[in-house]
Ligand binder design. Structure first.
Ligand SMILES: Nc1ncnc2c1ncn2[C@@H]1O[C@H](COP(=O)(O)OP(=O)(O)OP(=O)(O)O)[C@@H](O)[C@H]1O
Length: 579
């Protein structure tokens, strides 16, 4: 049940939610008292009885109205306190989980999707607990009110109210039961998808402009919008009839009451008594309508909150990334892959097939091969962005699954093809991996990563805020800042994934020089397309379709006259052609 599901996130505030429901029920029960008092006042007036009693009922009506409002106010206030706590706990648990997730999690989900799951669903649960749940509890008192009015007043007039009431309950069932029960989930899934694809679309606007495309070029986005349109239109059509009948029934209590009352008047020995009972039911019927309307709305909100909770729990309860590794990182940074196979989540085909290799401590090892052969995937597995399907990966004989993610990240630096800088000063960007590093080390990093010329041209030097007032850097310049960052982090293992691709000759020269400096006394793994950067590697591993086809030094592989020798020949002829 949703309530207990949500309440486990409210901690000690759980009782406030329960109390708010109890108070809301009391408030609903008390709300009937003024109606009874008005009925009594009319009865006393019709029967010409004492005005003193009329005053007495008037006072009770006013006091009970105020009490009902006060109880409802307290109920809502308590519900809000508990709801805020649940929203806060849900959000912080989800965010903490996301922070602990390996990079692979973010590769498989867009930021738009993660933001929507956490942000919008917590708002939905908060809204439900703060506003809708007390109302939902209050509607529980309604059957009791109807039964009491049956017994105490006139069962025949009660039955007249019962007819539209039953029909409207059937209509609610038709709108929310059967296939429609799953509608909210489908609608929310499509909304999430639209949100995700809208973000992708906005990101892709430069491509649309450059290639003069329209929104239709973003087929997936367009198709999702169309699917959403079809789904909600279908749902609206399916609900058209029951919703109309529901609306008519809620407004037809008078019709049923008057029809039955006419019959009763004609056969009654005491028409005044029938008239007075009719007055009571006329007073009661708007309360029944409001309650039915509330029931329908809160029922919808209940399904929505349940779906929202399920969605947040896909993150909070995601066991696939449970961290149970230790905080000890091995001294020996030898990396060994033994018969490793891997396929990306939700993909059947292995992109890494029975791969085994060894990288000794402080060796420089390069992966080369055609595009799509699995080089970057190998690097992702070393960083535990994804877990291997089978086989083992060890660092210093310790299985990487036994090393905590944060510890692994502390000891491995990654320099990707397109390094990202965050919105902050260049100094903050450089020391992000080691915030307490002394300024002398930063100066050394700037020198080694050849960043001085970049910093000199900025208005506030190293304190210039990247991304502000036109302070942007070229791809090659960002790479050099990322190299300074890696130097400052000073981790024993460094991974370069095509760090020089996309750079001009000048930047490539600087970056290669920096890589050589930064790599001293480190275990270095690099992926490179430009083979001139791997000649001096201790080992070159050649990949083809997820498998290792050759490994050795540059000279050994050239002598072998295999795949690498071919690549080398092609590379040389291309370089000669360029020259
Ligand atoms: N996130 C992902 N989900 C599904 N498949 C992926 C994902 N990333 C890569 N792949 C697939 O895995 C295979 C290996 O990709 P990988 O990026 O490791 O190759 P690569 O050798 O590094 O290529 P390149 O030199 O072009 O960067 C490719 O077929 C690619 O399509």
């Amino acid at each position: 049940m949703i309530n207990s599901g949500l309440l486990k996130y409210s901690g000690k505030y759980k009782y406030l939610t329960v109390l708010s429901c109890v108070l809301s029920i009391l408030s609903a029960a008390i709300s009937i008292v003024p109606l009874v008092c008005i009925y009594q006042i009319i009865r006393l007036y019709v029967e010409n009885l004492s005005t003193k009693s009329i005053m007495h009922y008037g006072e009770i009506a006013v006091i009970s109205s105020v009490l009902g409002i006060a109880l409802y106010f307290v109920a809502l206030s308590l519900a809000h306190i508990s709801a805020f706590r649940v929203a806060k706990n849900l959000k912080s648990q989800a965010i903490n989980k996301v922070i602990d997730m390996p990079l692979g999690f973010f590769e498989m989900r867009s930021t738009g999707e993660i933001r929507k799951i956490i942000d919008e669903n917590t708002i939905l649960t908060e809204d439900f607990l703060a506003h809708k749940l007390p109302d939902f509890a209050a509607t529980a008192i309604m059957p009791l009110i109807i039964v009491i009015s049956f017994f105490f007043f006139d069962w025949r007039l009660g039955a007249a109210c019962f007819i539209p009431l039953i029909i409207s309950v059937i209509c609610i069932k038709m709108m929310m039961g059967g296939e429609n029960k799953f509608m909210m989930g489908k609608i929310m899934t499509l909304q999430e998808q639209m949100n995700k694809e809208a973000v992708e679309y906005v990101r892709g606007i430069p491509i649309i402009k450059v290639f003069q495309q329209t929104v239709f070029s973003f087929k997936k986005f367009h198709n999702t919008i169309m699917s959403y349109r079809d789904l909600v239109t279908g749902y609206a059509k399916a609900c058209r009839m029951p919703k109309t009948i529901f609306g008519v029934m809620l407004n037809s209590f008078f019709v049923f009451l008057i029809a039955v009352a006419v019959v009763l008047f004609n056969s009654a020995s005491d028409p005044i008594a029938v008239f007075l009972d009719l007055i009571f039911f006329i007073l009661l019927s708007p309360l029944i309508s409001t309650t039915m309307m509330r029931l329908m709305m809160t029922g919808e909100n209940l399904i929505q909150a349940k779906e929202a909770l399920n969605r947040i729990e896909t993150i909070i309860c995601d066991d696939s990334y449970i961290e149970n590794g230790s905080d000890e990182f091995p001294e020996n940074t030898e990396i060994v892959f033994s018969d490793v196979c891997f396929s990306y989540p939700e993909q059947e085909k292995n992109v890494i097939e029975h791969v085994s290799f060894e990288i000794s401590k402080n060796q420089k090892v390069a992966f080369v091969g055609l595009s799509g052969s699995g080089k970057s995937t190998i690097l992702s597995l070393i960083g535990k962005f994804f877990k291997a399907n089978s086989g083992t990966i060890t660092i210093g004989s310790k299985n990487i699954n036994e090393i905590r993610n944060s510890e692994l990240m502390k000891n491995i630096s990654f320099v990707f093809q397109d390094s990202k800088l965050f919105n902050g000063t260049l100094l903050e960007n450089i020391r992000v991996g080691n915030p307490d590093v002394p300024l002398e080390k930063i100066d050394e990093a700037i020198k080694i990563a050849q960043c001085q010329s970049i910093i000199d041209k900025l208005p506030n030097g190293i304190n210039s805020i990247y991304g502000s007032k036109g302070i942007f850097l070229s791809g090659g310049e960002r790479q050099r800042i990322a190299l300074a960052r890696a130097f400052v982090k000073d981790s024993p293992i460094i991974v370069f994934d095509e760090a020089t691709s996309g750079c001009d000759a000048e930047n490539e020269f600087y970056i290669n020089k920096a890589i050589t400096e930064i790599s001293k006394n480190k275990t270095v793994i690099l992926v490179a397309h430009r083979l001139n950067t791997v000649i001096d590697a201790d080992k070159i591993i050649v990949m083809e379709k997820g498998k290792i086809v050759e490994q050795g030094t540059h000279n050994d592989l050239v002598e072998n006259n295999g795949a690498y020798a071919n690549m080398w020949k092609q590379y040389q002829s291309a370089s000669d052609w360029r020259l």
